[in-house]
Design a binder for this molecule. Structure first.
Ligand SMILES: Cc1cc2nc3c(=O)[nH]c(=O)nc-3n(C[C@H](O)[C@H](O)[C@H](O)COP(=O)(O)O)c2cc1C
Length: 257
């Protein structure tokens, strides 16, 4: 596995950071992250690529230009996730981008998935896209400031970012009754890691139905998060798959998708 630490610890530790200390990435971190993105770009099976853009500046004017003003403060480096307009696979893209987020977490770098609160046009110009490409997701990468801004605290509390739905609302047996944590054996942790994942506006749209030793993943859509443009909720299911998959790999459980 590409992580130095336990992926279970990384999933538990990762949280969105919107207030950064203004420093660029340390050279060692930038090199490791760039090498990881190069590897992903070579191996990826969908038409997508990932790029780091640095030295964007952290002032008011710069963040206004990036469209992150108000939401993200003090970040001058971003990972930009780019996809093909015609082959737009949000499910696989979500899987891969979360793997990158966890890799950054492993390095001690903070992140924040951004699907909406940035200027796609200005990032397009900075990155230099081909005609058939668009930007699906970006994330600032940097080091968090000791003290969170009031705005960030308020935002977290308004979307309940520190909370997750209980098992009884997310996971079911084949009779559609809530799944009992103690009835799933070795799958307890992989399922719990799905529950802890990040999602757009913390909607947690993943549902799992257990049928013997098969786990069926479903998407329970929320109004307003439709499939026009980039399908953020399909992306969320990719995150769920990523957490389940990496945890199963770490625990040495055998299986197939
Ligand atoms: C696909 C996706 C898109 C997101 N887009 C935004 C965004 O545009 N702006 C923002 O501030 N946070 C965004 N987030 C972050 C979520 O609000 C956050 O993950 C969720 O509230 C849970 O909080 P946590 O990441 O700290 O655990 C996004 C998350 C995901 C997974």
């Amino acid at each position: 596995m590409e992580f130095k630490r336990s992926v279970i610890d990384l999933i538990k530790e990762r949280t969105s950071t919107r207030t950064y200390d203004g420093r660029g990435l340390e050279k060692e971190h930038l090199d490791e992250l760039s090498a990881y993105l190069d590897k992903i770009n070579q191996e990826i099976k969908i038409k997508a690529r990932f790029k780091i853009v640095s030295n964007l500046g952290t002032g008011k004017e710069e963040s206004k230009r990036l469209g992150t003003y108000g939401f993200i403060q003090g970040a001058n480096t971003y990972i930009v996730g780019i996809m093909d307009k015609n082959k737009n696979d949000a499910f696989e893209f979500g899987y891969v981008f979360e793997r990158i987020i966890l890799f950054a977490t492993d390095l001690g770098i903070q992140t924040c998935w951004l699907g909406g609160t940035f200027s796609k046009d200005n990032f397009m110009q900075i990155v230099g896209l081909n005609e058939n490409e668009f930007i699906a997701i970006i994330s600032p990468v940097g080091y968090k400031k000791e003290k969170m801004r009031v705005f960030e605290k308020t935002m977290r509390s308004s979307i309940g970012a520190d909370k997750r739905k209980p098992w009884s609302e997310l996971f079911f047996n084949k009779n559609l009754q809530p799944l009992d944590e103690d009835e799933v054996g070795e799958f307890k942790l992989p399922i719990e890691m799905v529950r802890l994942g990040p999602s757009a506006s913390n909607k947690q749209p993943w549902r799992i139905i257990k049928d013997e030793n098969t786990f069926h993943f479903f998407l329970c859509r929320n109004k307003g998060y439709g499939i026009i443009g980039y399908d953020l909720q399909k992306n969320d299911i990719g995150i769920a798959k990523c957490h389940f998959d990496l945890t199963i790999e770490e625990l040495g459980i055998k299986g197939s998708w």
